[in-house]
Ligand binder design. Structure first.
Ligand code: NAD
Length: 316
């Protein structure tokens, strides 16, 4: 089904986007990456630059004319671009509104004007807020996000589903757990490695270290996305994507210490049950819907974290 589709990937030079691009190219599609390179890197997509089936547009979703031009003759949009930094919302209240909500609106308008009918969107577990059903299924409600980031992604979902209904589009919405892998530029693994390189005797952990969350390797995440698009054909298709277990922040610390072959590292905690305002301390997604169509993860959270830490430490 993916062969020779013309696919626009917003945020295709970023962490998850660039892995998605690798896989879509492997499958023989014609890819345009639309990315402002704010956190994305040319080196992540460098190997495709000479490929005649690959185009890079260095553009910003806030420039509606630019994205409108990029949507010409496109079959599918994978909307991956966003500002994914949850913590940023505590100091900058506008960034997620602009980079996520307004950017998605501009994209949807560009799609509508160019009659592009299919969109896949990378959403997040943070739209559930502090869910009291664990694992949390897709039909959990009410949805009460506790971060400005979560709020912005929920607003994006709402725009996408309403555009789909109003303008006869088809949408796939993927709510991710924590996605890890090389090319990731932020998050707990990157943060712990950086701290331990600076001071191999001590590791500061935000919160009480007991935060329990699900982690999934990016290779499995991309697998799940492409599998679900192939197997689900409703107008709006919503899937959680995550691992079936969790790992605590302290255990992640232990894993990274082991992988860096350090010993005697003293862990200190900033205290409180969450890392920062807006951090959801317990997160595990119900993936029965994905399993029912035939996909399930192979890795545990710990294995995803360990493989990522190992590769990042090696400098891959
Ligand atoms: P990332 O920062 O590596 O990728 C985002 C990409 O979007 C970057 O290449 C950036 O340059 C680009 N971008 C940002 N604003 C743009 C704009 N205005 N115009 C054009 N390009 C722009 O982040 P990521 O971790 O790969 O996340 C990808 C997506 O997955 C995001 O939508 C994020 O919300 C979602 N997500 C990520 C995780 C995770 O654990 N990494 C979890 C849940 C959801």
């Amino acid at each position: 089904m993916y062969t020779k589709n013309r696919i626009l990937v917003t945020g295709g030079a970023g962490f998850i986007g660039s892995y998605l691009v690798d896989r879509l190219i492997e499958k023989g599609n014609i890819i345009t990456v639309f990315d402002n390179l704010s956190s994305g890197k040319i080196e992540f997509i460098e190997k495709h630059l000479e490929n005649p089936d690959f185009t890079l547009i260095k553009g910003d979703l806030l420039d509606h004319k630019e994205i409108e031009r990029a949507c010409k003759d496109i079959d599918y949009v994978f909307h991956v671009a966003a500002n994914p930094d949850v913590r940023l919302g505590t100091s900058d209240t506008k960034v997620h509104f602009d980079q996520n909500i307004l950017a998605s609106y501009n994209l949807l308008e560009a799609m509508r004007k160019n009659s592009v009918k299919k969109i896949a969107f990378t959403s997040t577990s943070t739209i559930y807020g502090e869910a009291h059903i664990m694992p949390t299924p897709e039909n959990y409600g009410p949805l009460i996000p506790i971060s400005l980031y979560g709020a912005s992604k929920l607003a994006c979902e709402a725009l996408i589903t309403s555009y789909s209904h109003t303008f006869d589009m088809q949408a796939w919405v993927f709510r991710f757990a924590n996605i890890v892998g090389t090319r990731s530029t932020h998050g707990i693994i990157v943060d712990f490695i950086k701290k331990l390189r600076e001071n191999p005797t001590q590791l500061e952990i935000l919160g009480d270290g007991k935060q329990e969350k699900s982690y999934l390797h990016v290779s499995e995440c991309v697998d799940a996305i492409l599998y679900a698009i192939e197997k689900s054909k409703k107008d709006v298709n919503i899937f959680n994507i995550g691992s079936e277990d969790t790992i605590s922040a302290t255990r992640i610390g232990d894993t990274i210490v082991e992988e860096m072959r350090l010993s005697g590292v003293r862990f200190t905690y900033t205290g409180g049950n969450r890392g920062w305002k807006g951090d959801v301390p317990r997160m595990r997604l119900d993936i029965e819907k994905l399993k029912a169509i035939g996909w399930k993860p192979v890795y545990t959270s710990e294995r995803s974290v360990r493989e990522t830490a190992r590769a990042l430490i090696k400098g891959d």
